[in-house]
Design a protein around this ligand. Structure first.
Ligand code: ATR
Length: 284
């Protein structure tokens, strides 16, 4: 039987074996000297409701929700925060006065990563060009709107970008891929939120020649750590930000909810996860 005095947290997904969250939360628990655990739980979609129903009796105080459960989880919590409502997905749950609350910390992670790796990136900046229109683009758009950006979504399927633009309102604009070259000269920030460039996926071949030299280029992909997009941008002299920091920063709020202490994203913990990525993906 789990001890009620030791808080247990989880990451639930299907499949889940690839998750680096246990390494991250385990590191924080160890270095902060806290009693607690963070476990991977593989739950197929048809068993998700039963998993949520059993949380309390299993001693869980909350956890992370990952693919493919981020949307379905919304129906299993008593209430959701504004970020989860706007992004349309829950990635973190916790208990509040006995109720299960769902939140989304991806936008916080997205902004925290840029603040950390490209300080001042949003100072005087107004225009972001975001490649993609999936869940990650939703989180990025939500975060960028909070920092006062106009967001131009460029997507293979224009209708998907239009759906997001309609959802977020007048400061988010939809474009097809053929409009990218015309948008780049006004971009202060270029972000890839598609899976292109990820290990095992096709490369993202984009001509960056139209980008102004002050533009920051960010890829939310982090395997490999330096994607083709980032390599091309770095070669051209742009400040670049990889996607690993988003994973690290999105984890902070959950840890604080479950274990009562705000952990820090240090260069040491980043190096540990980086090393794991490099060890498991030669060439990364
Ligand atoms: P996530 O929730 O992680 O953002 P997703 O919802 O599957 O993932 O979104 C994937 C994004 O990558 C989408 O914008 C998708 O474009 P479509 O809306 O046209 O499907 C984009 N994407 C995936 N593979 C692509 C490819 N080969 N070329 C261009 N865009 C691609």
């Amino acid at each position: 039987m789990p001890s009620p005095t030791i808080p247990r947290a989880f990451v639930v997904g299907h499949p889940i074996a690839h998750s680096r969250s246990p390494m991250l939360h385990g590191y924080w628990l160890r270095t902060l000297g806290l009693a607690g655990s963070y476990e991977m739980v593989d739950v197929p979609p048809e068993e998700l409701d039963a998993f949520f129903a059993s949380l309390r009796e299993r001693g869980f105080v909350g956890g992370n929700i990952t693919v493919p459960h981020k949307t379905a989880a919304m129906a299993n919590v008593a209430r959701i925060d504004d970020a989860a409502r706007q992004i349309g997905a829950v990635n973190t749950i916790w208990l509040e006065d006995g109720d299960l609350v769902g939140g989304n910390t991806d936008a916080f992670g997205f902004l925290g990563n840029l603040d950390d790796r490209a300080p001042g990136w949003d100072k005087g900046a107004k225009t972001a060009v975001v490649l993609g229109a999936g869940g990650a683009a939703r989180a990025a758009s939500y975060g960028l709107l909070q920092r006062g950006f106009d967001v131009h979504l460029v997507n293979r399927t224009r209708e998907h970008a239009e759906t997001l633009a309609t959802h977020f309102g007048a400061r988010v604009h939809a474009h097809g891929w053929d409009e990218l070259a015309g948008l780049l000269p006004q971009a202060d920030l270029l972000v890839n939120t598609t899976s292109l460039g990820m290990l095992g996926k096709p490369p993202l071949d984009t001509d960056l020649s139209g980008l102004k030299s002050s533009a920051v280029v960010h890829d939310i992909v982090y395997v490999p750590l330096e994607t083709g997009l980032l390599q091309a941008a770095r070669t051209k002299g742009h400040r670049t930000v990889d996607g690993l920091g988003m994973l690290l920063h999105q984890a902070v709020a959950g840890f604080q909810h479950w274990f009562g202490v705000k952990p820090e994203v240090t260069s040491e913990v980043r190096a540990i996860i980086e090393q794991d990525i490099r060890a498991k993906t030669p060439g990364a």
